[in-house]
Design a protein around this ligand. Structure first.
Ligand code: IPM
Ligand code: MN
Length: 361
């Protein structure tokens, strides 16, 4: 298979971890006989430094003309404590999501046995947790009208949703539920917010098309508790933009390592894949960041955008092997001296060395 992949390494540890994902994709090309063409483009703080724009037109063109996008991280501390900064790296991400029509953010939350004791929750609570969050990504309060009035002393952010926006992500979430355990939880705040009432009404009506899926409805405050108290309750979680932002961060830490979780943003022709961790500026350039989330994002890309399930499974298997062999960075094992590049090379080499096993169905 020949495919074009846009590579947006971004800020902080983004370049280091993305390089490991590229290494692993190289191994996949070799072992499975594919050919991927990579085009790099700027986004985030590095793009602001180079062009003044966090999502330059040249980047948009490369993204749009690719078959998929591999993304590192965005954000730089010099903007975090400056609420008056005229341009911010995060604007690049929001603009990219909106202009590429990436309306669904998919974040699988699963645990690895080996990390059970790294979770802030008791091991018996996290054992077997496996759910996926479908977060709406291009609507709601993130994109509503916002501003100031009364000489700047009053601020507002408008939250708006259309039925259409709710339906298109609901369809993806229900389809996913059909392939999983056929349970779906809509998370909203329908006891207070009108947009949430529209979500609940729309999802209720739409769910009639999926009689096999058991649907429950949960207020977001309750869902926040439930993720801690009984995370195994969840199979597919469907929610709006801001609730999804908060809940996915909460859900990610119970797995024991932020450095392990990939995500996909889909909706239009081209999907975007990124680790859910941020740019982790304190570690940038030190070759200590965990590249596994970036590597698993590449696996998600192959599976979701290209339909290459066997290749994705090979990557996941190699990651589990690295975990089992203790080939991990220090976020997973405190005293580990293994570097970002070492972990990436180990996983890529494992795929090449186990060609005959990994390529059989
Ligand atoms: C995320 C991030 C972004 C968001 C920021 C960087 C704008 O937190 O992808 O979850 O809030 O959506
Ligand atoms: Mn977030």
């Amino acid at each position: 298979m020949n495919k074009n992949i846009a590579v947006l390494k971004g800020d902080g540890i983004g370049p280091e971890v993305t390089d490991q994902a590229l290494k692993v994709l190289g191994a996949i090309e070799k072992v499975f006989g594919h050919s991927f063409t990579y085009k790099e483009a700027l986004i985030g703080a590095v793009a602001i430094d180079a062009t003044g724009n966090p999502y330059p037109d040249a980047t948009h063109e490369i993204c749009q003309s690719s078959d998929a996008i591999l993304f590192g991280a965005i954000g730089h501390p010099k903007y975090d404590n400056d609420p008056k900064a005229p341009v911010r790296p995060e604007q690049g991400l929001l603009k990219m999501r909106k202009t590429l029509g990436l309306f669904a953010n998919i974040r699988p939350i699963n645990t690895y046995k080996i990390l059970a004791n790294s979770s802030p929750l008791r091991a018996d609570l996290v054992d077997g947790v496996d759910f996926v969050v479908f977060r709406e990504l291009t609507g709601g309060i993130y994109f509503g009208e916002k501003g100031r009035k009364d000489n700047g002393d009053t601020a507002f952010d408008n939250c708006q949703y259309t039925k259409e926006e709710i339906l298109r992500i609901s369809k993806l979430a229900f389809e996913a539920a059909m392939k999983r355990n056929k349970r779906l939880t809509l998370v909203d705040k329908a006891n207070v917010m009108e947009t949430s009432r529209l979500w609940r009404e729309t999802v209720k009506e739409f769910s009639a098309q999926y009689p096999e899926v058991t649907v429950d409805y949960m207020f977001v405050d309750n869902a926040a508790m439930k993720i801690i108290q009984n995370p195994r309750h969840f199979d597919v979680v469907l929610t709006e933009n801001l609730f999804g932002d908060v809940l996915t961060d909460e859900a990610s830490v119970i797995t024991g390592s932020l450095g392990m979780l990939p995500s996909a943003s889909v909706g239009s022709k081209v999907g975007l894949y990124e680790p859910i961790h941020g740019s982790y500026p304190e570690a940038a350039g030190k070759n200590i960041a965990n590249p596994m989330a970036a590597i698993l994002s590449a696996a998600m890309l192959l599976e979701t955008s290209f339909g290459l399930s066997k290749e994705a499974a090979a990557i996941r298997q190699a990651v589990v092997h690295a975990l089992e062999k203790g080939m991990v960075t220090s976020d997973i094992q405190k005293d580990s001296k293994h570097t970002t590049t070492e972990v990436g090379a180990f996983i890529a080499d494992y795929i090449v060395a186990n060609k005959s096993v990994l390529t059989v169905a």
